[in-house]
Design a protein around this ligand. Structure first.
Ligand code: AMP
Length: 471
């Protein structure tokens, strides 16, 4: 037994390691990355197209931020927030959503002084201690779009347009926006009283967890996924019937914009959101299958009071988040492909120690000229390397053998025609550009051009042979 093995064994005895990820959290393996890359690419592109600036805020914030922003009585805070005391005894929490941190940063950095409206985009992980199941994880990823500083309902419609555009680009076609208005805290006050009275009279039908919410967060009960609760909520008074005049007008105007944009929406009077900071417009984004099953992909709404409530200037705002995990599940369900990376068209093979050294430089030069190069520097066998080049399907193989390493040349082998020539290493980029073009033409025009390409290359080879003979 080697010393290294002995050491490993000793550690195994003293600290057993459970080789599994934490419940509800998972590894995203290389074979999954094509989807993640595609989703990120589309989201980042659309964020840029619509004028959003990227902002990254920490995953960890003071717990008090989430309590104040999301509401102490919300299910998200009471049951799902990951909190702990840091070594310095600060009570901190892993972010369960991204808006709270963004608003904290907006106030902290005096962003109200920047041009309005200010559009901010984030992408990253969130944490909720929820019951894990497919599509519901304890660590999950969101992309968050927020617009600060504008009350006009045209922005409510624009934010839906952004979401719609992202889904279109991801080829998720059968979508629906459920929209509602929850009014303002003032209009919600009289509505809350009606709601409390309704839930009180139906208290016996509610599970105990929800009975406790009747007085503290009656609207939050609508956010439940529990069938019994959903049944009780079905006949409850609706916020939309109790809106103040401005909220009603805002909602009407928002719907007119949606009609104008021809966006697929339905009004869902039962719709409320898990965070208590929402005012007026709220919405959720669904994908729908052939049987009418709905898959929640994202949601959002206005948070006109939140910046002020957290100590900033009065600043209306609206935003939404997409769940990346859900977008990917949906892409897979409907059979959309992930990102397809470019396949290298050039392979760099080498033989011998000196050739390996020269290869590193050639690799950098070719890659710097914008061409993707595959290589296998660890392998010494030329046949094996060329076999790999064939497997990848490259158009050109560059070969540096012992002789080429010494005399400053390189072999350029056209894998399409099978013809090769030896050139000066200094010319590698310019010759490659020509060769790649001719290989492409060869592929496009097929047999027709074979002779032409072949003869051009043959001429060059003959020239190279002549030059070799001379030297
Ligand atoms: P919310 O922040 O609760 O409004 O959720 C917005 C979107 O994030 C949802 O529509 C889901 O797509 C996604 N999401 C929320 N919670 C989870 C979770 N636990 N696991 C995976 N995705 C989630």
């Amino acid at each position: 037994m080697t010393t290294a093995t002995k050491k490993t064994d000793k550690r195994k005895l003293s600290e057993p390691i459970a080789l599994q990820s934490v419940m509800g959290m998972r590894d995203i393996l290389p074979n999954e990355q094509a989807y993640w890359q595609q989703v990120r690419k589309v989201l980042e592109h659309e964020a840029e197209e619509y004028g959003f600036s990227r902002i990254d805020t920490p995953i960890l914030e003071l717990e008090s931020l989430f309590n104040s922003a999301i509401g102490k009585n919300s299910e998200l805070i009471k049951d799902e927030l990951y909190t702990f005391s840091s070594r310095g005894n600060d009570m901190v929490a892993l972010r369960p959503e991204m808006t709270s941190g963004k608003v904290r940063a907006y106030i902290e950095h005096g962003m109200s002084a920047l041009t309005n409206p200010l559009k901010l985009f984030s992408i990253g992980s969130n944490y909720r201690y929820d019951k894990p199941m497919e599509g519901r994880y304890r660590e999950f990823f969101q992309a968050d779009f927020d617009i600060f500083g504008e009350l006009d309902p045209v922005l409510d419609a624009q934010i839906i347009q952004v979401a719609h555009r992202v889904l279109e680009k991801l080829e998720i076609k059968n979508i629906q926006f459920s929209v509602n208005s929850v009014g303002t805290p003032e209009s919600a006050k009289s509505y809350s009283e009606l709601l409390i009275a309704y839930f009180e009279s139906n208290k016996s039908k509610l599970p105990s967890k929800y009975r406790d919410m009747i007085d503290t967060n009656p609207m939050g009960i609508f956010d439940s996924k529990d069938d019994k609760v959903i049944q009780v909520c079905a006949s409850a008074p609706q916020a939309i019937d109790h809106l103040d005049k401005e909220s009603r007008e805002h909602f009407k105007s928002f719907l007119e914009y949606l009609d104008e944009l021809d966006l697929p929406y339905v009004i869902d009077p039962q719709l409320v959101r898990g965070m208590s900071y929402y005012t007026r417009t709220v919405f959720e984004i669904f994908s729908i299958d052939e049987d009418g099953n709905k898959y929640a992909l994202g949601g959002g709404g206005r948070f006109d009071r939140l910046i002020n409530d957290l100590g900033g200037e009065h600043t209306p705002a609206i935003g939404f988040s997409f769940g990346l995990d859900r977008l990917i599940l949906e892409m897979k369900r409907i059979g959309v492909k992930g990102y397809e990376p470019q396949v290298p068209r050039v392979y760099l093979a080498q033989l011998g120690e000196l050739a390996k050294k020269k290869s590193l430089k050639v690799f950098a030069e070719v890659e710097n000229a914008g061409m993707l190069v595959a290589e296998s520097f660890g392998r010494g066998n030329l046949r094996e390397q060329l076999r790999q080049a064939n497997k990848i399907g490259v158009d050109i193989a560059l070969i540096i053998g012992q002789k080429e390493a010494l005399d400053g040349t390189i072999i350029v082998k056209n894998m399409v025609s099978g013809i090769q020539e030896t050139i000066s290493r200094k010319k590698v980029v310019s010759v490659l550009e020509i060769e790649l073009k001719s290989a492409e033409n060869f592929r496009k025009k097929n047999g027709q051009v074979r002779r032409v390409v072949g003869s051009v290359i043959k001429k060059r080879i003959n020239r190279t042979h002549r030059n070799r003979k001379k030297s």
